[in-house]
Structure formats: structure tokens, C-alpha cells
Design a protein around this ligand. Sequence first.
Ligand code: MLT
Length: 276
Amino acid sequence: MARHSLQHDGVELSYYETGSGPPLVLLHGFPLDHTMWRAQIEALSGVCHVIAPDLRGFGQSTLAAGDAEQGVDMRRYAVDVMAVLDDLGVSEPAILCGFSMGGYVLWQAVREFPDRVRAIVLCDTKATADSDEMRAARLSGAEEVLLSGAGPMAESMLPKLLAPATLANRPDVVDEVDAMIRRTAPEAIAAAGRGMARRHDVRASLPGIRVPALIVVGAEDAISPPEEMREIAGALPKAEFVEVPAAGHLSPVENPTAVSDALRRFVAGLGEEPAR
Ligand code: MLT
């Protein structure tokens, strides 16, 4: 796996790539980084050109001046992702796979850059905007993380990200996710929290998204539960739905084999239809 970086719009964007085949872009969630896709990067590299960026501010990517204070809209992350594809010279439409916040970024990429999207994978994500209560919590969370660091955020988010059985019985997974959150820059968390608070409900646009779609959700996802993701699948014209057992919100980490298998099957099925 090779790491690359590029300068774009005032930031350094870091991304990893490996494998060959149709381009597959893995978009991580909040407040995580590309390493949440470790298992899928390895499992898909035999059949895809896998590209795993760190969104601006996360992992090894940087923020621009003012991003933490003003927030980063989901559209700006999507523009950054297109800059990564440009940097690699990828001009054919890519398979975009977004986990949770990565899914919010994916909706914007599909809307703004439809010609660059061959198929989509929505993993444990939402199509709705925040409730007023959630928005207020995000904005106060952004203030707090800048004062107290990422530690309290790790403590409050772990029980929501992971299924109860994962929390109780799999200290290796708990420690990995805890460390991922704690090493995230507080400014990146504030920037993304403020950006997510401003995002719009995209449900009305779903029937117009005509590319093949795979919807993946952990059976015990408490943030974007299976019922909600079934509605997304029902509204998309060409969607498959996969519920992943023994997983909460973080299904790619909690049940990596099931998520990788679902992705592999979906990619193989695309081979049977011509790229647009
Ligand atoms: C994520 O996993 O990316 C977050 O749970 C998204 C969110 O806070 O809405």
C-alpha cells in the first residue's frame, strides 16, 4: 500500500492506494480516519484499485486556516476527494463507498460530480439532516473538544459506535477505535461537527440516483439503524440491502469479513454491466 499526499485548497490531503481494477474510494466516518477500512483495503485490493483518503484534518491530512472555526461542509470534503482522484489520474467513474459521515460526503459527490460515480456503497449512514437537538449537541461538542481534547469524545462515542457485545467482549476492537478517536486532532472534530450540523436532508434526491447501490448496516447499529437504512435502500432505484450480524454502527471494523464479502460480491456484479 502506498501513501501519497497532495496540496489542494490550502491543505495537505493524505491518501493510501493499493491494488488494481475499477477504482473504489473508501470514505471514513467521524471522528475516525482511513485505518477504519484496514480489512476492506486488504480484502478488496485483489479486485479493485482501492483508494482510502484521510478527509481534511483527519489522519495525516491537514486543515486550512479557519476550518475549525467555520466548519467544513460535506461538499468541501467531496471536492477534496475529487482532487485525490485527479492526483491519481483516475478519470473513469469510481465506486464510492461512504461510512456514516463518509456517506454524507458521498451524497454530495453524487450530486455535484455524477459523471465521476459508477456505483455507490452506503455503509451505516443517514440521508436525513440533524434534528434541532442533535445540531445543538454538535455545536456545543465542537466548542468542548477544542477546550478538552478528543478524550471525552472517545468516551461518549464508543458506546454508540460499537455493539454492546463488542464493547463487553472485544477489548482489541475497543482499544483500536478508542486510539483512533484520541489521535484525531480536536480541530478536525470541531470542523466536521460544525459541517455535519449544517448538512441537508437528501431523501428527496434518492429516486434520482440511478447508479447501482449497496446498502450495508450493522444489525445493532444504534446511530443509523437497519430500519432507517432499509428506507434509503427502498428509495434508491437500484439498491441491494445487506444487514451485517454481530455489528453495531462500526460494521466494517466489528464484522470486517461480512462487510468485505458484501463489497466483493457487489463489485463482481458491476463487472457484468458496462461502466457508464
Ligand atoms: C460517524 O460515524 O461518522 C458519525 O456517527 C456520523 C454522525 O455523527 O452523524
